[in-house]
Ligand binder design. Sequence first.
Ligand code: CO
Length: 277
Amino acid sequence: MSYRKVEKIIKGIQTTDGAGVNLTRIIGSPELNMLDPFLLLDEFGSANPNDYIAGFPSHPHRGFETITYMLNGKFRHQDSAGNEGILTDGSVQWMTAGRGVIHSEMPEQTEGLVRGFQLWMNLPKKLKMIDPAYHDIPAEKIPQVDFEGGNVKIISGSYQGIKGPGKPHTGMLYHNIYLKPDALFEMKIENGWNVFIYIYEGSMELDQTIPKGCLVVFEQSGDLILDAGPDGAQFIVVAGEPINEPVARGGPFVMNTRGEILQAFDDYQKGVLDKPV
Ligand code: CO
């Protein structure tokens, strides 16, 4: 049986976004610009309200999906089309920006721990201009599989025949995994898909000790075999089918060409970004 070897280990970089929210950028940085189809991964996490209280006031998106996984805390999202929802502990918001949304993501709490991840997943050219959509997934709708060495929460894709609630537009899986000290974990991933894990608590032993705060990118084929460190490990595993198309980025827009990015800025300025065509 072949297993995927580690290809790259990357430490996130501290940055700010929105109205000054402190976060760690893991994908979408000079060290790892993207891992097709994933364009960006941020970890936001702080017990200090000053790090998150300003939130992400009104801003636009076009051409991709954002998947926000709230480990702890409460955020309210609202958009210009009147959609509204609250993200609470353990819940996921799956937003398809498609042709365009203008939304805000603001904390509902003024104290305590806020922690989670935002992942940007690209849409293929033929789906970039689809209607925008929101899909709020409460924590209790995310199935959990327990085994001797820990547990797996299935956000998207499946594990041991159990399917998660996520509805990606191209092949993708997203699990949150807890492993007990020194536990071994194995799973199959489609050959050809890109896969990464991000360790947010504990550590992993993969030929070397990999501490929390690290992203590990694996080879494109074989099974995933992971070994938790002496204090166990909490991590997300995310895998996706590469889209293999040109990527043009312009701030909150991700298209295939520079012309389409300029068009997005123009549509936003004219107030038609989120209007039906
Ligand atoms: Co946003």
